[in-house]
Write a protein that binds this ligand. Structure first.
Ligand SMILES: Nc1ncnc2c1ncn2[C@@H]1O[C@H](COP(=O)(O)OP(=O)(O)OP(=O)(O)O)[C@@H](O)[C@H]1O
Ligand SMILES: [Mg+2]
Length: 306
Protein backbone atom coordinates (compact mmCIF):
# COMPACT_ATOMS: atom_id res chain seq x y z
CA UNK A 1 0.00 0.00 0.00
CA UNK A 2 1.19 3.51 -0.69
CA UNK A 3 -0.03 6.95 0.29
CA UNK A 4 -2.27 6.76 -2.80
CA UNK A 5 -4.55 4.06 -1.39
CA UNK A 6 -6.88 1.78 -3.35
CA UNK A 7 -8.72 2.91 -6.53
CA UNK A 8 -9.48 6.63 -6.74
CA UNK A 9 -9.84 8.07 -3.25
CA UNK A 10 -12.64 10.54 -2.61
CA UNK A 11 -10.09 13.13 -1.55
CA UNK A 12 -6.40 13.05 -2.43
CA UNK A 13 -4.18 15.70 -0.85
CA UNK A 14 -0.62 15.80 -2.06
CA UNK A 15 2.31 17.88 -0.81
CA UNK A 16 -0.05 20.54 0.47
CA UNK A 17 1.59 23.70 1.75
CA UNK A 18 0.24 26.97 3.09
CA UNK A 19 2.41 30.01 3.70
CA UNK A 20 1.41 33.12 5.59
CA UNK A 21 3.31 36.38 5.86
CA UNK A 22 5.00 36.45 9.23
CA UNK A 23 4.61 39.49 11.52
CA UNK A 24 6.87 42.12 9.96
CA UNK A 25 5.66 41.41 6.43
CA UNK A 26 2.06 41.83 7.46
CA UNK A 27 2.77 45.42 8.53
CA UNK A 28 4.47 46.31 5.26
CA UNK A 29 7.99 45.35 6.30
CA UNK A 30 10.24 42.91 4.53
CA UNK A 31 9.35 39.99 6.79
CA UNK A 32 9.56 36.36 5.86
CA UNK A 33 6.91 33.91 4.87
CA UNK A 34 5.98 31.43 7.53
CA UNK A 35 4.96 27.87 6.64
CA UNK A 36 1.79 27.08 8.56
CA UNK A 37 1.43 23.80 6.66
CA UNK A 38 4.35 22.01 5.02
CA UNK A 39 4.22 19.16 2.51
CA UNK A 40 1.17 17.34 3.88
CA UNK A 41 -0.22 14.34 1.98
CA UNK A 42 -3.16 12.06 2.77
CA UNK A 43 -6.16 10.40 1.17
CA UNK A 44 -9.70 9.95 2.37
CA UNK A 45 -11.92 7.16 1.00
CA UNK A 46 -15.69 7.06 0.66
CA UNK A 47 -17.40 6.51 4.01
CA UNK A 48 -14.15 7.08 5.85
CA UNK A 49 -13.32 9.40 8.73
CA UNK A 50 -9.76 10.66 8.84
CA UNK A 51 -8.98 12.30 12.16
CA UNK A 52 -6.46 15.12 12.31
CA UNK A 53 -4.89 15.83 15.70
CA UNK A 54 -2.23 18.21 16.90
CA UNK A 55 -1.77 20.97 19.41
CA UNK A 56 -3.14 24.48 18.97
CA UNK A 57 -1.46 26.27 16.05
CA UNK A 58 -0.20 23.07 14.40
CA UNK A 59 -2.15 23.88 11.22
CA UNK A 60 -5.25 21.68 11.52
CA UNK A 61 -7.78 24.34 10.52
CA UNK A 62 -5.46 25.69 7.83
CA UNK A 63 -5.45 22.22 6.22
CA UNK A 64 -9.23 21.90 6.59
CA UNK A 65 -9.74 25.23 4.86
CA UNK A 66 -7.10 24.67 2.18
CA UNK A 67 -8.78 21.41 1.17
CA UNK A 68 -11.97 23.43 0.55
CA UNK A 69 -10.01 26.22 -1.24
CA UNK A 70 -10.97 28.65 1.56
CA UNK A 71 -8.33 29.90 0.76
CA UNK A 72 -6.47 27.53 -1.58
CA UNK A 73 -3.10 26.10 -0.56
CA UNK A 74 0.02 27.96 -1.70
CA UNK A 75 1.50 24.69 -3.00
CA UNK A 76 0.43 21.14 -3.66
CA UNK A 77 -2.60 19.40 -5.04
CA UNK A 78 -6.12 18.64 -3.79
CA UNK A 79 -8.11 16.19 -5.88
CA UNK A 80 -11.74 15.67 -4.98
CA UNK A 81 -13.76 12.95 -6.74
CA UNK A 82 -10.96 12.86 -9.31
CA UNK A 83 -10.97 16.62 -10.07
CA UNK A 84 -8.00 18.86 -9.27
CA UNK A 85 -9.37 21.78 -7.24
CA UNK A 86 -6.24 23.93 -7.17
CA UNK A 87 -6.57 26.38 -10.04
CA UNK A 88 -10.12 25.31 -10.92
CA UNK A 89 -12.21 28.21 -12.34
CA UNK A 90 -14.58 29.73 -9.76
CA UNK A 91 -17.76 28.53 -11.47
CA UNK A 92 -16.57 24.90 -11.53
CA UNK A 93 -15.27 25.17 -8.01
CA UNK A 94 -18.67 26.38 -6.89
CA UNK A 95 -20.31 23.33 -8.45
CA UNK A 96 -17.81 20.95 -6.83
CA UNK A 97 -18.17 22.66 -3.47
CA UNK A 98 -21.79 21.47 -3.28
CA UNK A 99 -20.33 18.07 -2.54
CA UNK A 100 -17.87 19.37 0.10
CA UNK A 101 -19.15 21.09 3.20
CA UNK A 102 -17.83 22.29 6.53
CA UNK A 103 -19.03 22.29 10.13
CA UNK A 104 -17.19 24.68 12.43
CA UNK A 105 -16.54 24.77 16.14
CA UNK A 106 -18.80 27.67 17.02
CA UNK A 107 -22.35 27.09 15.81
CA UNK A 108 -23.47 30.55 16.90
CA UNK A 109 -20.90 32.31 14.71
CA UNK A 110 -21.95 30.13 11.77
CA UNK A 111 -25.64 31.05 12.08
CA UNK A 112 -27.11 34.34 10.90
CA UNK A 113 -28.94 35.88 13.88
CA UNK A 114 -31.42 37.71 11.63
CA UNK A 115 -32.40 34.66 9.60
CA UNK A 116 -34.92 32.08 10.72
CA UNK A 117 -33.27 28.69 10.91
CA UNK A 118 -35.58 27.47 8.13
CA UNK A 119 -34.31 30.24 5.83
CA UNK A 120 -30.74 29.48 6.90
CA UNK A 121 -31.02 25.78 6.01
CA UNK A 122 -32.90 26.60 2.79
CA UNK A 123 -30.32 29.11 1.57
CA UNK A 124 -27.91 26.64 -0.11
CA UNK A 125 -30.90 24.96 -1.78
CA UNK A 126 -31.93 28.31 -3.29
CA UNK A 127 -28.38 29.24 -4.32
CA UNK A 128 -27.98 25.95 -6.16
CA UNK A 129 -31.56 25.85 -7.54
CA UNK A 130 -32.52 22.71 -5.67
CA UNK A 131 -36.28 22.29 -5.11
CA UNK A 132 -38.77 23.82 -7.54
CA UNK A 133 -40.43 26.35 -5.27
CA UNK A 134 -40.55 27.58 -1.67
CA UNK A 135 -43.10 24.93 -0.72
CA UNK A 136 -40.89 22.08 -1.93
CA UNK A 137 -37.88 23.64 -0.24
CA UNK A 138 -39.91 24.02 2.96
CA UNK A 139 -40.59 20.29 2.89
CA UNK A 140 -36.89 19.63 2.32
CA UNK A 141 -36.02 21.82 5.30
CA UNK A 142 -38.55 19.98 7.46
CA UNK A 143 -37.01 16.65 6.46
CA UNK A 144 -33.50 17.96 7.20
CA UNK A 145 -34.56 19.21 10.63
CA UNK A 146 -36.07 15.82 11.42
CA UNK A 147 -32.90 14.12 10.22
CA UNK A 148 -30.77 16.05 12.71
CA UNK A 149 -33.22 15.36 15.53
CA UNK A 150 -35.05 18.69 15.66
CA UNK A 151 -38.79 19.38 15.44
CA UNK A 152 -39.63 20.58 11.90
CA UNK A 153 -42.07 23.06 13.48
CA UNK A 154 -39.02 24.98 14.75
CA UNK A 155 -38.14 26.21 11.24
CA UNK A 156 -39.61 29.67 11.88
CA UNK A 157 -37.52 30.28 15.00
CA UNK A 158 -34.30 32.27 15.25
CA UNK A 159 -30.84 31.08 16.39
CA UNK A 160 -31.00 32.75 19.83
CA UNK A 161 -33.95 30.52 20.68
CA UNK A 162 -31.76 27.41 20.54
CA UNK A 163 -29.18 25.80 22.80
CA UNK A 164 -25.58 25.27 21.69
CA UNK A 165 -26.17 21.62 20.81
CA UNK A 166 -29.31 22.48 18.85
CA UNK A 167 -27.45 25.20 16.95
CA UNK A 168 -24.79 22.72 15.96
CA UNK A 169 -27.58 20.42 14.72
CA UNK A 170 -28.90 23.34 12.63
CA UNK A 171 -25.44 23.94 11.17
CA UNK A 172 -25.21 20.23 10.35
CA UNK A 173 -28.65 20.29 8.69
CA UNK A 174 -27.46 23.07 6.40
CA UNK A 175 -24.19 21.24 5.71
CA UNK A 176 -26.04 18.11 4.50
CA UNK A 177 -28.76 20.00 2.58
CA UNK A 178 -26.99 19.61 -0.76
CA UNK A 179 -26.15 15.94 -0.18
CA UNK A 180 -22.39 16.31 0.09
CA UNK A 181 -20.06 13.32 0.02
CA UNK A 182 -17.45 15.01 2.22
CA UNK A 183 -17.52 17.21 5.31
CA UNK A 184 -14.69 18.98 7.09
CA UNK A 185 -15.67 18.91 10.76
CA UNK A 186 -13.38 21.39 12.52
CA UNK A 187 -13.67 20.88 16.30
CA UNK A 188 -17.44 20.38 15.85
CA UNK A 189 -18.07 19.65 19.53
CA UNK A 190 -15.38 21.67 21.30
CA UNK A 191 -17.69 24.57 22.14
CA UNK A 192 -20.41 22.32 23.55
CA UNK A 193 -21.10 21.08 27.06
CA UNK A 194 -19.52 17.70 27.67
CA UNK A 195 -22.97 16.15 28.12
CA UNK A 196 -24.00 17.35 24.62
CA UNK A 197 -20.78 16.46 22.81
CA UNK A 198 -21.56 12.75 22.58
CA UNK A 199 -24.99 13.45 21.09
CA UNK A 200 -23.53 15.56 18.30
CA UNK A 201 -20.79 13.00 17.64
CA UNK A 202 -23.43 10.25 17.45
CA UNK A 203 -25.46 12.34 15.03
CA UNK A 204 -22.44 12.77 12.75
CA UNK A 205 -21.79 9.02 12.86
CA UNK A 206 -25.44 8.21 12.11
CA UNK A 207 -25.37 10.61 9.16
CA UNK A 208 -22.16 9.03 7.91
CA UNK A 209 -23.83 5.60 7.83
CA UNK A 210 -27.04 6.90 6.31
CA UNK A 211 -25.62 9.26 3.68
CA UNK A 212 -22.28 7.58 3.00
CA UNK A 213 -20.33 10.63 4.15
CA UNK A 214 -16.59 11.00 4.55
CA UNK A 215 -15.14 13.27 7.21
CA UNK A 216 -11.95 15.12 7.83
CA UNK A 217 -12.46 15.29 11.58
CA UNK A 218 -10.27 17.92 13.21
CA UNK A 219 -9.77 17.97 16.96
CA UNK A 220 -7.18 18.53 19.63
CA UNK A 221 -8.94 15.85 21.67
CA UNK A 222 -7.16 12.57 21.01
CA UNK A 223 -9.80 10.53 22.82
CA UNK A 224 -12.57 11.92 20.66
CA UNK A 225 -10.55 11.44 17.47
CA UNK A 226 -9.87 7.84 18.49
CA UNK A 227 -13.58 7.28 18.97
CA UNK A 228 -14.68 8.63 15.56
CA UNK A 229 -11.77 7.97 13.17
CA UNK A 230 -10.88 5.05 10.94
CA UNK A 231 -7.43 6.52 10.38
CA UNK A 232 -5.60 9.35 12.13
CA UNK A 233 -2.99 11.87 11.04
CA UNK A 234 -0.82 13.53 13.69
CA UNK A 235 0.18 17.07 12.89
CA UNK A 236 3.12 18.86 14.46
CA UNK A 237 4.07 22.40 13.48
CA UNK A 238 2.44 22.10 10.08
CA UNK A 239 3.85 18.69 9.26
CA UNK A 240 2.25 15.29 9.35
CA UNK A 241 4.51 13.21 11.59
CA UNK A 242 2.45 10.02 11.65
CA UNK A 243 -0.47 8.61 9.65
CA UNK A 244 -1.98 5.24 10.49
CA UNK A 245 -5.17 3.32 11.20
CA UNK A 246 -6.64 4.16 14.59
CA UNK A 247 -5.67 0.73 15.94
CA UNK A 248 -2.11 0.99 14.62
CA UNK A 249 -1.64 4.45 16.06
CA UNK A 250 -2.88 3.56 19.52
CA UNK A 251 -1.35 0.08 19.73
CA UNK A 252 1.98 1.09 18.31
CA UNK A 253 2.59 4.84 18.23
CA UNK A 254 5.96 5.23 16.47
CA UNK A 255 6.74 8.92 16.47
CA UNK A 256 7.98 10.44 19.76
CA UNK A 257 5.56 13.32 19.30
CA UNK A 258 2.58 10.96 18.97
CA UNK A 259 3.67 9.25 22.18
CA UNK A 260 3.87 12.59 23.91
CA UNK A 261 0.39 13.54 22.74
CA UNK A 262 -0.90 10.28 24.12
CA UNK A 263 0.70 10.91 27.47
CA UNK A 264 -0.78 14.43 27.59
CA UNK A 265 -4.05 13.28 26.01
CA UNK A 266 -6.03 16.46 26.49
CA UNK A 267 -3.44 19.25 26.61
CA UNK A 268 -4.69 20.51 29.97
CA UNK A 269 -2.57 23.65 29.92
CA UNK A 270 -1.54 24.84 26.44
CA UNK A 271 1.30 27.09 27.67
CA UNK A 272 3.08 24.61 29.92
CA UNK A 273 2.34 21.87 27.38
CA UNK A 274 4.02 23.88 24.63
CA UNK A 275 7.15 24.54 26.68
CA UNK A 276 7.23 20.89 27.70
CA UNK A 277 7.04 19.86 24.03
CA UNK A 278 9.77 22.27 22.95
CA UNK A 279 12.03 21.06 25.77
CA UNK A 280 11.36 17.45 24.82
CA UNK A 281 12.03 18.26 21.13
CA UNK A 282 15.44 19.61 21.98
CA UNK A 283 16.14 16.53 24.05
CA UNK A 284 15.02 14.20 21.24
CA UNK A 285 17.05 16.10 18.67
CA UNK A 286 13.97 17.00 16.60
CA UNK A 287 14.95 20.31 15.13
CA UNK A 288 12.50 20.48 12.23
CA UNK A 289 14.97 19.66 9.44
CA UNK A 290 14.05 17.96 6.15
CA UNK A 291 12.02 14.80 6.57
CA UNK A 292 9.66 12.45 4.78
CA UNK A 293 6.94 9.99 5.66
CA UNK A 294 8.17 6.42 5.55
CA UNK A 295 5.87 3.38 5.58
CA UNK A 296 6.99 1.52 8.71
CA UNK A 297 4.39 -1.23 8.32
CA UNK A 298 1.48 -1.62 5.87
CA UNK A 299 -0.60 1.56 6.09
CA UNK A 300 1.44 3.04 8.95
CA UNK A 301 3.50 6.08 7.95
CA UNK A 302 6.02 7.84 10.19
CA UNK A 303 8.10 10.94 9.65
CA UNK A 304 11.82 10.25 9.40
CA UNK A 305 14.68 12.69 8.95
CA UNK A 306 16.29 12.55 5.48
N1 LIG B 1 -4.94 33.97 7.99
C1 LIG B 1 -3.79 33.76 8.64
N2 LIG B 1 -2.77 34.66 8.56
C2 LIG B 1 -1.61 34.45 9.20
N3 LIG B 1 -1.34 33.37 9.94
C3 LIG B 1 -2.30 32.44 10.06
C4 LIG B 1 -3.58 32.58 9.41
N4 LIG B 1 -4.33 31.50 9.73
C5 LIG B 1 -3.58 30.71 10.51
N5 LIG B 1 -2.36 31.27 10.71
C6 LIG B 1 -1.25 30.69 11.50
O1 LIG B 1 -1.03 29.37 11.02
C7 LIG B 1 -0.75 28.49 12.11
C8 LIG B 1 -1.74 27.35 12.09
O2 LIG B 1 -3.02 27.86 12.45
P1 LIG B 1 -4.32 26.94 12.51
O3 LIG B 1 -5.47 27.82 12.80
O4 LIG B 1 -4.39 26.11 11.28
O5 LIG B 1 -4.00 25.99 13.76
P2 LIG B 1 -4.92 24.90 14.47
O6 LIG B 1 -4.13 23.64 14.53
O7 LIG B 1 -6.25 24.83 13.81
O8 LIG B 1 -5.03 25.48 15.95
P3 LIG B 1 -6.27 25.45 17.00
O9 LIG B 1 -6.23 24.08 17.63
O10 LIG B 1 -5.92 26.52 17.98
O11 LIG B 1 -7.53 25.70 16.25
C9 LIG B 1 -0.79 29.33 13.37
O12 LIG B 1 0.52 29.69 13.69
C10 LIG B 1 -1.61 30.53 12.97
O13 LIG B 1 -1.24 31.66 13.71
MG1 LIG C 1 -8.21 25.25 14.47
Amino acid sequence: MSLEAAATPLLAVKNLGRMFPSGAHRFGGKGNLFKAVDNVSFNISSNETLGLVGESGSGKSTIGRAVLMLPPPTSGSVKFEGTELVGLPASELRRTRRRMQVVFQDPFAALNPRMSIGAFISEPLEIHNVGDNPKVRGEMVAALLAKVGLDPAMAARYPHQFSGGQRQRIAIARAIALRPSFIVADEPTSALDVSIQAQVVNLLQDLQAELGLSFLFISHDLRLVRHVSHRIGVLRRGRLVELASTAQLFNNPRHPYTRRLMSAIRFPDPVSERSRIIAADIEAGMGGGPSELVEAEAGHFVEMPV
